[in-house]
Unconditional design. Sequence first.
Length: 284
Amino acid sequence: LFAVSNILTGLRLSPHLCVLGGVLAGIINGLLLAHSVASGAVATSDVSTYATGTIHVPDVALSILVASLPGFGMALVARLSRQLVLRAEQETAEREASRQEYQRLAKYLPRQVIEVMLRDPHRRRLGGQRQSATIVFVDLRNFTAMSERLQPEQIVALLNEFFAAMVERLFAYEGTLDKFLGDGFMAVFGAPLAVDRGPTRAVAAAIDMVLATRGLLTAVPEGMPPLAIGIAIATGEVLSGTIGSPDRMEFTCIGPPVNLASRLEGLNKRLGTHILIDAETARR
């Protein structure tokens, strides 16, 4: 009975319970043996005897030991099994966390950048590093006037179509989506990871975005002014990294090129242009 109990205890994957079961089996059976011998309830014999009315104390003591051993054996099995189960649970949790982190990062980083950041957790900590980068601001023109005449559902559909097409082209040139800004967005080339010929990639992506905008916005009603985009690009040293809190953070860039690109973007409408770049971007 004790042996079966020890085995069942082992199935609970608790080494402590298994050891306790083995010890209790030895103690209880030992006490019963001692009581039987001391009280004379059972006759004893000096030799091994079976199927008789007497007992041989060494034989009974050996049987008690055998009955206790499964508890210690199952303790070892339970310990190893528990370690395997905990390791499997940890690996499953890590894979799920990695999958969720990938999905979160995929919203603003290209695939190749995500893979590097997942391999190097240091890049996902709060803080930043100085590096050269090209900043891009993209703005959807005539959207404010149009939104006054459209239903909310139409506005959302138009923005979704626009952003989906623009971000696809941004990622194709290995750019990073920094943040959405109402009817526009900010992007970065060269951060958080350096890219080859960042300014050239930024300008090529901007041209591709302008060309893709033509005929793209099918949600624009007839009689409305055509939509266009204004893009500004500036290059220089920025502080790139994650800001926020440990529970909620986002990647961004801070520095003079960010401010310059933001101001240049507003000049597109005044000058009637689609793309403006600063002198450093042009030089590179």
